[in-house]
Design a protein around this ligand. Structure first.
Ligand code: RTP
Ligand code: MG
Length: 165
């Protein structure tokens, strides 16, 4: 009898752990990280951009109004450190306050990249956030993660576990 109960408890524990792992995986694949960049903040577009994001079905998991230093901006965009635009990118991203957020939706990475449009606003599709609010390839209004892995890294860069809901 004792052996049977122990076996049942172990089985139950295994099911709970598997469910937890499934939920963790599901959460990371359904999340993206974004920043409203200094140009869009300075031009008064925070409200309109958040509205576009939530209207497109993205739920806000975490949200913060903050400012990057040259050092933290440099770290955030470290993947681009050998690119010719790195210096300008770092100086622009630390030039004023930004809004950082973690967003959740099915197919978050791809759908969010579609919502923000091409890196160069001149090439961004009609109705996209960059087409509506961005002026140039440097000051392009918003950031969007390019993969599940980077969404996780970038979200962790700005938010503690207690700041996510
Ligand atoms: P982001 O990371 O900010 O969401 O932008 P993205 O994925 O669309 O573009 P990415 O290739 O990751 O580049 C990061 C930022 O660097 C600037 N950039 N300038 N002059 C250029 O050719 C050039 N290429 C990229 C942009 O401001 C871009 O958002
Ligand atoms: Mg990128």
């Amino acid at each position: 009898m004792t052996a049977f109960i122990s076996y049942a408890l172990l089985l139950n524990l295994r099911v709970v752990l598997l469910q937890k792992k499934f939920n963790q995986n599901k959460m990371s694949t359904n999340r993206t990280f974004t920043m409203i960049k200094p140009d869009a903040v300075a031009n008064g577009h925070i409200g309109a951009i958040i509205n576009d994001m939530t209207n497109a079905g993205f739920k806000i998991v975490a949200l913060k109004y903050t400012k990057l230093t040259a050092e933290t901006a440099g770290k955030f965009y470290e993947v681009h450190k050998d690119r010719p635009f790195y210096g300008e990118l770092v100086s622009f991203m630390s030039s004023g306050p930004i809004v950082a957020a973690i967003l959740e939706k099915d197919n978050a990475i791809e759908d969010f990249r579609k919502l923000i449009g091409s890196t160069n606003p001149a090439e961004a599709a009609e109705g996209t956030i960059r087409q509506k609010y961005a002026k140039s390839i440097d000051a392009n209004a918003v950031h969007g993660s390019d993969s599940d892995e980077n969404a996780q890294i970038e979200g962790d860069f700005f938010f503690t576990a207690q700041e996510r809901f």
